[in-house]
Structures are given as C-alpha cells and as structure tokens.
Design a protein around this ligand. Structure first.
Ligand code: UDX
Ligand code: ADP
Length: 463
C-alpha cells in the first residue's frame, strides 16, 4: 500500500501549525502520504479521536476525510523519519525564558533536538523544510547539525514559513496570498525547491509561489508579522488620542484606510494583539537587531510591544475610573478570553494580563468564552492569590448576573446576538459595559441603560 504513494511527507510537531497545514496538504494531494508525529502522546491521541486538540473552522471535516487514507498521526518519530522523503519541522520555538537572550531570543532547543533526531534516523537523502518561525540564518545551524559526524546522507534545507492566521487557517492554506520558499542557490538546493513547488502547485496558482534565498525567506516571516503588529499598535496609539479628544478611532481608521496606499485591513483598535506569533516574533527581531548592534532599529520595533502593553494598562485604568476607583468585591464579567474569535487559543491573550490586573484589584471575575474556558482556567491558575475571586461560566447570561461591569475582550459573534435587556436587568446598577473590541452596538446598549465605554471613542454615560 505505502509503495503506491508518490512521496512520503513527515511533519514533526502536531500543533497549531503542523496539524492544519498537513490536513490541507493531505486533502489536496492524495498521492502523497502525510504523517504528523509528535512527542506528546495525548496530543496525537486527540488527533486520532473525534475531538481534535485544536479548534479551527473546517479542520475536523478535512481531517476526517483523509485520516487513515493518506493522513496519519503517530508518536513513532524515528521510524517515520527513516521512511520520509520530505520532512517539515513544525516544533515550537517559544521566547527563551532563561540565560542569554531571556525574554527576547527564540528558544531553539526543540529545533536542535529535532535536527539531531532526523540525522540519527536517516539512511536516505531528504529535504528538510523549516515551517516553524525561526531567527534568520537558522537554516545554517540546521544544515550544520544535519551534516555533522560520519553520516553520508545529504539533507537539503528549505525555508517555507507559514502565514496562516488562527481561525482562518484552512482558508489561508487553501487560498494563500502567497507561498514563500527559500532555498540555497545550488543545483541541489534548486532541485529541492522545485520539489516543494510541485507539491504546492497542486492547488496554488504558480504566480503565487514566490522563491527567494534562504535568509530572505526566514526574515520575511518575522517582518510580515512585525508589520502587521505595527499597524495594530499604530491605530491603538491613535485610540488613546481619540479618547482624550472626542475623535472616534473607527472613523479615523476608515478615513485613513481608504487611501489605497494604506488599505483598510488590520486597523481595528482594541485591547491589543495577542497570539503565539506577534510578540514572540517582534522580540526575536529586536534581539537580532541588538545582536548585530542595530540599536536604533531594535528600539523602533520595541515600541510596537510597548504600545500593546500600554493598551491593556489604559483599559484597566478606564475601568477603574468608571467604578469609582475600586473593584474590591465587585463582580466583573469577562466576555471572551481567546486571543481572537474562532479559536480556543489563549497564548499571549490580552485577557490574561487584564484578568491578572483585575484580580489584583480584588474583583470577583466570571469568565465566559465559547471555546477557551479550559485554557483560561489553566492560564489563571493560582492567581486568586492576588486577592480576587475567579469563576467560569459557559453561559454569558450567568456570567453577567449580578455583575457591575461587563468587559468584552474577544469579539465572538455569539456576543452580538445576546439579549442585552435581559442582561442589563440582571446586573448591579449602574451597569457598565466596556467594549474592548468595538464589537457591539453602543447606542443600542446605551438606550437600554448601560453606561457604555467603547475603545478609542467617547463614553456614553447616563448621569
Ligand atoms: C498572525 C498572522 O496574521 C499570520 O499571518 C501568522 O502566520 C501568524 O500570526 P494570528 O496570530 O493567528 O496570525 O492572528 P491575527 O489575525 O493576525 O491576529 C493577531 C492579534 O491581533 C489578535 O489578538 C487580534 O485580535 C489582533 N488584531 C488583529 C487587532 O487587535 N486589530 C486588528 O485590526 C487585527
Ligand atoms: P505551533 O503554534 O508553532 O504549532 P505548538 O506548541 O502548537 O506550536 O506545537 C508544537 C508541537 O511540537 C508540540 O505539540 C510539541 O509537543 C511538538 N514538539 C516539540 N519538540 C518536538 C520534538 N523534538 N519531536 C516531536 N515533536 C515535538
């Protein structure tokens, strides 16, 4: 059976990147055998069950369509390395928390372990594809490890960064703006690149597949994320100015975004960006710049993060001001915990520092989220010790009952359809609503009786 496949693909790392990417490749390319391995047994068991380890619209259908046919999930890392022709490396590269570069540099221990394992288990030549986001020139380190010692196997390292966003991962993979492939400019490097082009050409128009040298490809991923995050910090900085001048940040964003040179996307002001990429990649960029003594460049990008943290701080101070500067013993309902809608992911979610600050004010928090309650519970474990109280409710009506304020942190569409009159009647008065994402109809809420505090616009307050 295995012999009938054109190529055997292996992906090491069954996380947010590896899982959805491979599900799409297996669906689009039935002639390729795609195996995803991970050292985490529970995660692999979940991929093999009806309850996948991550929530992503369209993912389950795609996994179920091809699982057991040309898509497999396993913990047998070594034996699958041995049989693979193309190995995608999608292990995590978190920000280092210790030693040199702590808090900024990428922690490459999982990448290095993976490289050594590939080397030890390979007896045939292979293409190794960097899928994880890595500092520029990581491919050099990868190549050095792979070719160390006596092994005569040849490895060709390519960079093929992932640009998909959570919540739209499947759509982004199936209809990408571009696919980027970086390779060495050598005959074997170009041949490996062509092999990957052949794979993506199964469903991506050829003109959308961009090829560059390895270092440009590695750096482009960091730069794309830095530019996106920078737009968010730019509009958030303007939101602060709007709140003090009675300008409306959404009107400003619309007016500015109509300029075709600027464009309308990624100009939604909010409580700040979260997710596993933006902060990590900018810190990584800052670290790289410092390493090369480009201190002015490092300071420039650092400000993107500083404004993001400032946004949370401003939000909390606004809540406190409206609550007569005290939250002690007051119930506060937190609507949404995931870092964005349509995902259960809470990595670096603004909700985490927001809840921490509220607990330190001794508030009684009740958190509701359609997909992230379990993660929220883990993220906030032990933080009651700060002085507040913490509970979780699947039902937003229950979360809001008896609350002095609702804080909308994630713009789930489920929050649009709630009966806000019923919610208002169940709350302590005066009832406040802080819309951290400008998601709801503020005038309608004000008419119901809420004191409404949108972001980057004047508050609507009953006197
Ligand atoms: C991002 C990149 O978009 C993607 O290309 C890359 O591969 C991985 O990192 P992701 O983190 O999944 O994707 O989500 P994204 O949609 O970019 O949102 C990131 C954060 O920015 C979210 O917290 C979101 O709420 C926030 N955001 C986004 C804003 O605050 N305002 C906006 O206008 C857009
Ligand atoms: P990402 O968002 O980059 O996909 P995740 O943390 O969701 O990050 O997934 C990375 C996965 O890589 C994790 O499931 C982790 O267990 C796995 N992983 C890390 N190191 C190794 C390794 N050496 N071999 C196999 N899997 C690994």
């Amino acid at each position: 059976m295995a012999e009938t496949f054109y190529r055997k693909i292996l992906c090491i790392g069954a996380g947010y990147v590896g899982g959805p990417t491979m599900a799409v490749i297996a669906n689009q390319c039935p002639e390729y055998k795609v195996t995803v391995v991970d050292v985490n047994q529970a995660r692999i068991d979940a991929w093999n069950s009806s309850s996948l380890p991550i929530y992503e619209p369209g993912l389950k259908e795609r996994v179920e369509r091809v699982r057991g046919r040309n898509l497999f999930f396993s913990t047998a890392v070594d034996e699958h390395i041995a049989e693979a022709d193309i190995i995608f490396v999608a292990v995590n590269t978190p920000t280092k928390t210790f030693g040199e570069g702590a808090g900024k540099a990428a922690d490459l221990q999982f990448l290095e372990k993976t490289a050594r394992r590939i080397k030890e288990n390979s007896t045939t030549d292979k293409i190794v594809v960097e899928k994880s986001t890595l500092p520029v020139r990581s491919a050099e380190a990868l190549t050095t490890i792979l070719h160390s010692g006596r092994n005569s196997v040849r490895f060709e390292v390519l960079s093929n960064p992932e640009f998909m966003a959570e919540g739209t991962a499947i759509q982004d993979m199936e209809h990408p703006d571009r696919v980027l492939i970086g390779s060495m400019d050598t005959p074997t490097g170009l041949a490996a690149r062509d092999e990957l082009i052949r794979l993506y050409s199964k469903w991506v128009p050829r003109e959308r597949i961009i090829t560059t040298n390895l270092w440009s490809s590695e750096l482009s991923k960091l730069v794309a994320n830095a530019f996106l995050a920078q737009r968010i910090s730019s509009i958030n900085s303007i939101a602060a100015l709007c709140e003090t001048t009675e300008a409306d940040v959404q009107e400003v964003a619309r007016a500015v975004g109509k300029d075709s040179r600027i464009g309308p996307k990624f100009l939604n002001a909010g409580v700040g960006f979260g997710g596993s990429c933006f902060r990590k990649d900018i810190l990584n960029l800052v670290y790289l710049c410092e390493h090369f003594q480009l201190n002015e460049v490092a300071r420039f990008w650092e400000q993107v993060i500083a404004i993001n943290d400032y946004q949370v701080d401003r939000f909390i101070r606004r809540v406190l001001r409206s609550q007569f500067t005290t939250l002690v013993g007051k119930k506060v309902a937190v609507f949404g915990f995931a870092f964005k809608p349509d995902t259960g992911d809470t990595r670096d979610a603004p909700a985490i520092p927001i809840c921490r600050r509220l607990l330190a004010e001794k508030a009684h928090l009740t958190i509701t989220d359609p997909h992230a309650i379990d993660s929220a519970r883990r993220d906030l474990e032990g933080l009651e010790g700060l002085g507040g109280q913490l509970s979780f409710a699947a039902d937003p009506y229950e979360a809001a009952r008896g609350a002095h304020a609702i804080l909308l942190i994630t713009e789930w569409k489920q929050f649009l359809d709630l009966d806000y009159e019923k919610i208002f009647d169940s709350m302590e008065q005066p009832a406040s609503l802080f819309d951290g994402r400008n998601h709801l109809d503020h005038q309608a809420l004000f008419d119901i009786g809420f004191n409404v505090h949108p972001l980057g616009k004047p508050s609507l307050v009953h006197i």
